[in-house]
Design a protein around this ligand. Structure first.
Ligand SMILES: Cc1cc2nc3c(=O)[nH]c(=O)nc-3n(C[C@H](O)[C@H](O)[C@H](O)COP(=O)(O)OP(=O)(O)OC[C@H]3O[C@@H](n4cnc5c(N)ncnc54)[C@H](O)[C@@H]3O)c2cc1C
Length: 370
């Protein structure tokens, strides 16, 4: 028989499961409404760039070490190129005195690892229709129905672009280098990944106008390989398509409020950003850490759904999510325009930033901890 829950969490993603584990670790009884996934999941061809804070959280939840070794790869160098010869910025873990700039993790494997951890946690009850609880946390993703039911407006701006993702086999080993090309209006990223299907190859994330993304999703593999060779200038040699292809429509989105009496929003249900900086899930996991801390530090007389308590969570997250939304949107706006003056300005700016070591260090610190 299911026990009565302290907290009800709605959602079947990485954010909902991470939060369920956090709250269970602090001794709360959790009812999790998560749709059972095909197990084990293999249908998500994305790979996520995770920052050290997210990795530390997943380690604490024992979901990181449970990942197969080939599901996570450290990024030691990052090379970002503009759309003029020689324009770009390079970051290295060695220069920043960190073990890794980020880790690339296979999306489906991370979901599997968290699902297993949740399934065996005695404080988490998986329920198709959980009953009421003092606190309901909505982690239903960008199209959240519960958010709508609560009457919380979600401001959404579609970019008219989609991201195409797949896996690529490279001619040589990736050596822990992540690549990104800003080519107005497109952003192409190669994330190093060690997986059986792509060897020491790459996960591709290529943001581009939606119709073009659809074209390349369906194109013959040889045609896609040819265009990738042109766009990357052959810096990693010829790339071979080695997996399914999928596209995601891209948008900027923000909920008008992220908490109220008895409820809180986390993850994409609260905010959606362009994936050009690889930060959406990092933001969601930072929400998880903030809510976990606020609930753990509550006064003994406060109810878990206390509106003033949940406002502390909203305040904790306000600046970080706002800054990331502005930053990713600003970058996108800057690189989406193809006006020659602007092109020169941004390429010059990139090269300048590359030469200013303290500014570079500051940028990396921002990306390492959202
Ligand atoms: C192409 C691409 C690349 C990206 N790369 C990165 C990256 O490198 N780094 C990074 O940090 N982020 C990245 N992101 C962003 C990241 O994917 C999202 O921010 C993250 O998946 C959000 O997780 P979530 O759990 O909040 O939502 P979701 O992943 O959307 O999960 C919510 C789930 O809950 C289900 N659901 C909805 N309602 C209910 C309900 N009532 N009951 C049960 N289940 C329900 C939904 O169907 C969905 O499956 C990328 C995004 C895209 C599109």
């Amino acid at each position: 028989m299911s026990k009565s829950a302290d907290v009800r969490i709605l959602g079947s993603g990485i954010v909902s499961r991470s939060l369920a584990l956090c709250l269970a670790h602090q001794g709360l009884q959790v009812a999790l409404q998560a749709r059972p996934a095909a197990s084990p999941r293999t249908d998500d061809v994305r790979a996520y760039a995770l920052n050290p804070s997210s990795v530390a959280l997943l380690q604490r939840l024992r979901a990181w070490d449970a990942l197969p070794a080939e599901a996570r790869t450290a990024v030691l160098d990052m090379k970002v190129a503009g759309d003029a010869p020689g324009a770009g910025i390079e970051f290295s873990a060695w220069q920043q005195a960190v073990d890794a700039l980020a880790w690339i993790v296979d999306a489906a494997e991370l979901e599997n690892s968290l699902e297993t951890a949740v399934r065996y946690n005695p404080r988490i009850d998986l329920q198709p229709q959980p009953g009421p609880a003092a606190l309901t946390v909505v982690a239903e993703g960008k199209a959240s129905a519960e958010r709508e039911r609560l009457g919380v407006a979600f401001e959404r701006h579609g970019y008219g672009h989609s991201a195409l993702a797949t896996r690529l086999v490279a001619e040589g080993p990736h050596q822990g280098t992540a690549w990104q090309w800003f080519r107005a209006p497109e952003v192409l990223a190669l994330l190093p990944l060690d997986r059986p299907e792509c060897g020491h190859g790459y996960a591709l994330v290529w943001s581009q106008p939606a119709e073009q993304a659809e074209h390349w999703r369906q194109a013959a593999p040889e045609a896609l390989e040819e265009v990738l060779l042109q766009l990357t200038g052959g810096v990693v040699g010829r790339l071979r398509v080695a997996g399914d292809r999928a596209t995601w429509p891209l948008a900027l989105g923000r909920a008008q409020a992220v908490s109220g009496p008895g409820w809180a929003l986390v993850g994409d249900a609260a905010h959606v950003v362009h994936p050009l900086a690889g930060q959406g899930l990092n933001l969601g996991l930072a929400d998880v850490q903030a809510l976990d801390e606020v609930l753990a530090a509550r006064e003994s007389w406060r109810d878990l759904g206390d509106a003033a308590l949940l406002r502390r969570y909203a305040r904790k997250r306000a600046w970080g999510t706002w800054a990331m939304a502005q930053g990713t949107d600003g970058l996108w706006q800057l690189f989406a325009q193809d006006a020659p003056g602007l092109r020169e300005l941004r390429n010059h700016g990139m090269t300048l930033v590359n030469r200013i070591a303290p500014l570079k260090r500051w940028l990396v610190r921002q990306a390492l901890d959202v």
